[in-house]
Every structure is written in structure tokens, then in C-alpha cells.
Design a protein around this ligand. Structure first.
Ligand code: SAH
Length: 388
């Protein structure tokens, strides 16, 4: 078998050696491979360094999969998947929906596999993983015996890889609605059309954490299908969930009804406008959750994003009653924890609020962060208590 190779510059080699699995196009030299191949990475002095997935279109040309330079044997991908799946099994997750494979952090770069009950939803986000998808599907069937596997290969990033956007069943059959449970809450999930792969699974543990503080009147802003609203409703008197999407709000109502949570009201509103309106009316809440979409989708958007975060957090702190809790999140990987903390501090100052940090959290344990790749620490969640 001929070995595919891709040479990298000194800078590319240094990057890999520093623990970051990506090499950019600008650090790639001679290529003896096609897009999607598993390649041997060759250093500037001709020495083999590691093996990686190669993309001939993306700015991220190489995604390292192993530091070994021996040809991958037939069990390589199976062992990687098995390790990811066993780790999730060890977490004792109180839910039937969670992430089984989280890309780079499972040394399966650009592969996402989420479990929804008896079904799996996968995303192949690079040429390499896309090419391996038939093998990965076969291995997932062997390892987890799902009733069906759906490929949600519609994220835009696939276009950067020169791949098409498509949603297709890869194995068995997958219904339009899958019922899953998270803690005490059951949801009807649409794996074909829901955001991400159907639910925001990365917030599961933050919902559990937030439920320990939630009480009184709750405002769940950017609620989507009611993730926080439904998990927190049992300990609260009244819940107001808002989301800009009418579809999402219809789902919140259905989910509230299906769970017998009569204290949940849902409204289709723009959070920025509604926070201002609630303030004008002099409303007060004892618990507020802010879980906006990623405001900074690129480095260039960071400043604007920070002012968006500042505005909603400032208004939320004003709406909070003394002793109340604010659960506030940012899922922009371009906004660091320190930058987000600065925004929260300046919002507190401007709101004349004395604020204590009760917990600092991140995405759930089934979405781990790769130590040497700051980009994988995307979700920050602070639980704050307003003292005055
Ligand atoms: N908290 C949710 C996930 C929220 S995702 C959970 O735990 O599952 C972000 C949500 O914000 C999306 O549902 C999107 O429709 C909504 N959204 C985006 N911009 C908005 C705005 N300006 N006002 C209200 N909702 C908005």
C-alpha cells in the first residue's frame, strides 16, 4: 500500500509538538495525497512526525489523529470510538440524550456523535471524517446497536471543506420525533430539523447546577425548547421563557404540557427588547438564565459580541431581586473566560449591583475540552448571586 504524505513547515511541526492537532494550509509543503486521506505528516527535515486527516480545501489542512507513524491497523478507529463510548458510560449520566463523541477531545477530530435514546445523530465536519463515515457507521452499529443513525451533515462548515450539506439516514430508520429524558424532564426531539443535532446537550449539567439555586420567579431568556425553564420549573413559582423563534416557543409549550409543568409561560420575543420592557414595567425576578447563541462567530465579531453580552447582563442584574441568582452563559469560543468575566464585572458596576460568583462552569463532561486547544473551551457559564 502506498503511503500518503504531507510535508509541513517548521511552524507546522512546532504547532503539532505543542499539542495542537491542527496545521493550517500556510504551513503545508509538498502534498502526496488527495483530500480526505489519512496521511503521514513529514517534518521539514524529512522526519515522519505523526498521522493526520488531510483536507485539500479547508484552511485547516491537517488534523492530527495519532503521534504514531506506523500504519493504522484495522482496529484503530474502533478503539478510538470504544474509548469515547466507554468514557460516557462511566459518567453516570442521568439522561437518555448525550454526546458520545466530541471531536478533537476524543482524538476523533471533526466527528460528532450524539445519542438520542436508541438513535445516533452524527456529523462529519472534515473531508477525512466524511470519507471514513461508512466505516464509522459500521463500527457505531457494532458497538452500540442503535435502531437508526442519522447524518446531520448540514452545518455550514462543511462548505469550507468543499463538502455538500445533507441530512440522510445512514442506518436503520430514524423517526421525525424521538422522545428523550434529561433528569426528570422528557422532550420530543426533532433530529432532522432541530438546532445542532436536536438539543443543546452541552448545557445538561449546567441545568442541573442551576436547579440547585432556582426559586421564586424565573426568567429563562434564549430558552430554545425550554431547556433551563423546564429543569428549573419544579423549584420555582412562576416561569417566563422567551425565545425569538415561534417554533421554539411552540415546543416549549408542548414540552411544558407533556411534563405537567403548569407554571411555565412562553413568549416569542426578542430578548434585547423584552429585557428593556420588563425593566420599564418595574418587574423583578428571583432567578434569571441568559443562554444566548454565540454572539462572536469570528474573531472580528468579538467587540460587538462583548457589548451584546454586557447589555443583556446589565439589564438582567437590574431585574434581579436582592439575593437572586443569575445563570449567565457564553458559547462563543472567541470570547475567553477572562473576557467574559470582565464583561460581567463591568455590567455589575454599571447596574450598581454587588455580585458574588457562586460557580464557574463549562460545557458538560460529555463535551470535554482538549487541554492544548483553547478553541474547544467554548461554553462558559457563571452562576452569580446579587447581594444588594
Ligand atoms: N437555553 C437553551 C439553548 C439556547 S440556544 C437550552 O438550554 O436548550 C439560543 C436560542 O436563542 C435559540 O433558540 C434562538 O432562537 C434564540 N435567540 C437568538 N437570538 C435571540 C434574540 N435576540 N431574542 C430571543 N431569542 C433569541
Amino acid at each position: 500500500m502506498s503511503v500518503h504524505t504531507v510535508a509541513v513547515s517548521r511552524r507546522g511541526e512546532d504547532r503539532l509538538r505543542s499539542g495542537h492537532p491542527w496545521v493550517y494550509k500556510s504551513d503545508v509543503g509538498e502534498v502526496r495525497a488527495s483530500g480526505g486521506d489519512v496521511v503521514r505528516v513529514i517534518g521539514p527535515r524529512g522526519r515522519p512526525i505523526s498521522q493526520a486527516l488531510y483536507s485539500d480545501r479547508s484552511e485547516i489542512a491537517l488534523r492530527q489523529v495519532t503521534r504514531s507513524t506506523d500504519p493504522l491497523d484495522s482496529t484503530f478507529w474502533k478503539t478510538r470510538l470504544q474509548d469515547a463510548i466507554r468514557f460516557r458510560a462511566s459518567l453516570d449520566i442521568d439522561a437518555t440524550a448525550y454526546r458520545l463523541v466530541h471531536g478533537e477531545a476524543d482524538r476523533l477530530p471533526s466527528l460528532v456523535v450524539d445519542r438520542y435514546g436508541d438513535y445516533l445523530v452524527v456529523q462529519a465536519l472534515s473531508q477525512g471524517i466524511d470519507k471514513l463515515l461508512p466505516d464509522i457507521t459500521r463500527l457505531l452499529v457494532e458497538l452500540t446497536s442503535p435502531t437508526g443513525i442519522l447524518a446531520r451533515n448540514d452545518p455550514r462548515v462543511r462548505l469550507l471543506e468543499g463538502l455538500d450539506r445533507r441530512v440522510e439516514v445512514l442506518h436503520g430508520s430514524v423517526p421525525d420525533t424521538i422522545e428523550v429524558r434529561e433528569g426528570q424532564v422528557t422532550y420530543a426531539v426533532d433530529p432532522y430539523r432541530g438546532q445542532k443535532t436536536g438539543l443543546f446537550l452541552d448545557q445538561r449539567e449546567n441545568r442541573v447546577a442551576a436547579a440547585r439555586y432556582a426559586r421564586g420567579k424565573l426568567l429563562d431568556a434564549f430558552s430554545y425548547h425550554g431547556g433551563f425553564a423546564l429543569a428549573l420549573a419544579p423549584t420555582c413559582d412562576e416561569v417566563l421563557a422567551i425565545d425569538i423563534s415561534e417554533d421554539a416557543v411552540a415546543r416549549i409549550r408542548l414540552n411544558a404540557e407533556r411534563n405537567g409543568l403548569a407554571n411555565v409561560q412562553a413568549r416569542a420575543m426578542n430578548v434585547f427588547d423584552e429585557l428593556r420592557e420588563l425593566e420599564r414595567r418595574g418587574e423583578r425576578f428571583d432567578t434569571i438564565v441568559l443562554d444566548p447563541p454565540a454572539f462572536a462567530k469570528s474573531k472580528a465579531a468579538v467587540n460587538k459580541a462583548l457589548s451584546g453580552y454586557k447589555e443583556i447582563n446589565l439589564r438582567a442584574l437590574k431585574l434581579l431581586s436582592p439575593g437572586g441568582f443569575l445563570v449567565t452563559c457564553s458559547c462563543s469560543y472567541n470570547v475567553s473566560e477572562a473576557a467574559f468575566a470582565d464583561v460581567l464585572a463591568s455590567a455589575a458596576v454599571d447596574a450598581h449591583a454587588e455580585v458574588a460568583v457562586v460557580e464557574k462552569r463549562m460545557q458538560g463532561r460529555d463535551h470535554p475540552v482538549l487541554m492544548t486547544v483553547p478553541e474547544t473551551y467554548y461554553l462558559k457559564c457563571f452562576i452569580l448571586r446579587k447581594l444588594n
